[in-house]
Design a protein around this ligand. Structure first.
Ligand SMILES: Cc1cc2nc3c(=O)[nH]c(=O)nc-3n(C[C@H](O)[C@H](O)[C@H](O)COP(=O)(O)OP(=O)(O)OC[C@H]3O[C@@H](n4cnc5c(N)ncnc54)[C@H](O)[C@@H]3O)c2cc1C
Length: 398
């Protein structure tokens, strides 16, 4: 059996690794360089949660991913996933609180309720919840590191004999009775199976699923006293915050639902924070229920930034994390690819048994990437799955 993987981003790099780990002959194609900033998997961090709000069957996938992150760390010697704990905040019946509790109780995960006083004591940067809101600590949450994870997966696969063709776009995939022909501008390969893991570019390949690539900017903000010009912008009645308060160790992953349609997520600065001059930046974004979903062509992604890219997140930060600058220090466009039911599209194509699909990330796939790679490898090799994959089966859209 030999397998071709098209796209070496989050899902494809990990599929390549999991196939190579089994001794399968595998070749991976990436149109750009590895871990590039032009798709969906750049920007240094992604939130990791086991108590996944988005679907009850995601928890076993997150747990498998965690095991595989640790395995990959052993091979790479690099940290790929840091568990910090996560603070979930909102009304008791909000999606964030009710969803976290439902996922935790379905899978026996422990959560800790934090009173307003405990929240203020442990995480003063997040204090100031509405009277009726609650805070829940999820000890299994943290951040994954996307670029090193992709590099580690491809490096490990290469060391096991996988072939990697970078800076080469796959122009055509032609499945037939005897195999699948994969064509690039410089050659063609015949594979027994092909895995299509093309992120935002997958939408054009699978017109029978309404995959919607959307532009999703990432934003980083500094504490008020650490604006880029070095001047303190704290109003005179507000003490300039200590930059170390915003280090990841002190300000872990948080998700706060401020109203039915407003969700803010973020986390503190990753790495040692020596002081304002080192540019302590917290990363924050809005949940996609608050975003306008405008379908884009990934080839035409607008990389210019405008205030529209940070207005919403800045407004929510002002309410939820006082002490943060209202203007971002860094903005970086990214993309997610939304499926019609906001779940991944991972499994055998109903159109051809030799084609395996890995996409439709719907904005929450990175944390699961090593497990999605394992799932894709199992589909390619006709091995039974370790976790339930019916809810992400591409056939649901056939
Ligand atoms: C702002 C933002 C915040 C996010 N936050 C989180 C989070 O907190 N937690 C979380 O779990 N997830 C999060 N996500 C989602 C997560 O990043 C994505 O789900 C994940 O990165 C998608 O991976 P992918 O493999 O589908 O796509 P990608 O990683 O983009 O990989 C697709 C690859 O295919 C290549 N390719 C495409 N076509 C071809 C071709 N014809 N030939 C060769 N190569 C090709 C592309 O160049 C690319 O490298 C976030 C995403 C964004 C944008």
């Amino acid at each position: 059996m030999n397998v071709a993987v098209v796209g070496l981003g989050a899902m494809g790099a990990n599929a390549l690794w999991r196939l190579a780990e089994r001794g399968v002959s595998v070749v991976g194609f990436e149109q750009f360089t590895l871990a590039h900033p032009l798709g969906s998997s750049h920007g240094a961090t992604r939130l990791f949660r086991e108590a996944c709000l988005e679907h009850p069957d995601l928890t076993p996938i997150a747990q498998l991913a965690k095991t595989l992150y640790r395995e990959l760390e052993e091979h790479s010697g690099e940290e790929l996933l840091r568990i910090t704990g996560g603070v979930m905040m909102g009304a008791p019946d909000s999606d964030v609180i009710a969803g976290t509790r439902a996922a935790a109780s379905a899978h026996g995960l422990a959560l800790t309720d934090l009173s307003h006083a405990e929240l203020a004591e442990r995480y003063p940067q997040l204090a100031g919840l509405a009277e009726t809101d609650v805070a829940v600590l999820d000890p299994g949450a943290g951040v994954a590191f996307p670029e090193p994870t992709i590099r580690a997966a491809v490096d490990r696969a290469r060391s096991l004999g996988a072939a990697v063709v970078e800076n080469t776009r796959v122009l055509a995939v032609e499945p037939g009775d005897d195999g699948v022909i994969v064509r690039t501008a410089t050659g063609e390969w015949l594979a027994d199976r092909v895995i299509l893991a093309q992120g935002a570019w997958l939408a054009a390949e699978l017109p029978w699923i309404e995959l919607q690539p959307i532009r999703t900017p990432m934003t980083w903000f500094g504490p008020r006293a650490t604006a880029a010009d070095g001047a303190s912008h704290a109003p005179s009645d507000v003490a300039a915050p200590d930059a170390t308060e915003f280090a990841l160790e002190r300000l872990p992953v948080f998700v706060r639902q401020l109203s039915e349609s407003e969700v803010l997520w973020g986390h503190g600065t990753v790495g040692a924070v020596a002081g304002p001059e080192k540019g302590a930046l917290i990363k924050a974004g809005v949940g996609d229920i608050w975003q306008e979903r405008v379908r884009i062509d990934p080839e035409q992604l607008d990389r210019g930034v405008t205030p529209a890219d940070w207005r919403q997140v800045s407004a929510l930060l002002a309410k939820a994390v006082p002490g943060i600058e209202s203007l971002p220090a860094r903005v970086d466009p990214c993309m997610v690819t939304i499926s019609p039911d906001d779940q991944f599209v991972v499994g055998r194509s109903p159109r051809h048994p030799r084609v395996i699909v890995g996409g439709g990330d719907s904005g929450h796939a990175f944390k699961h990437a090593p497990a999605l790679g394992e799932i894709l490898a199992r589909f390619a090799l006709d091995e039974p799955q370790l976790v339930d994959t019916a809810f992400i089966d591409p056939a649901r859209f056939a």
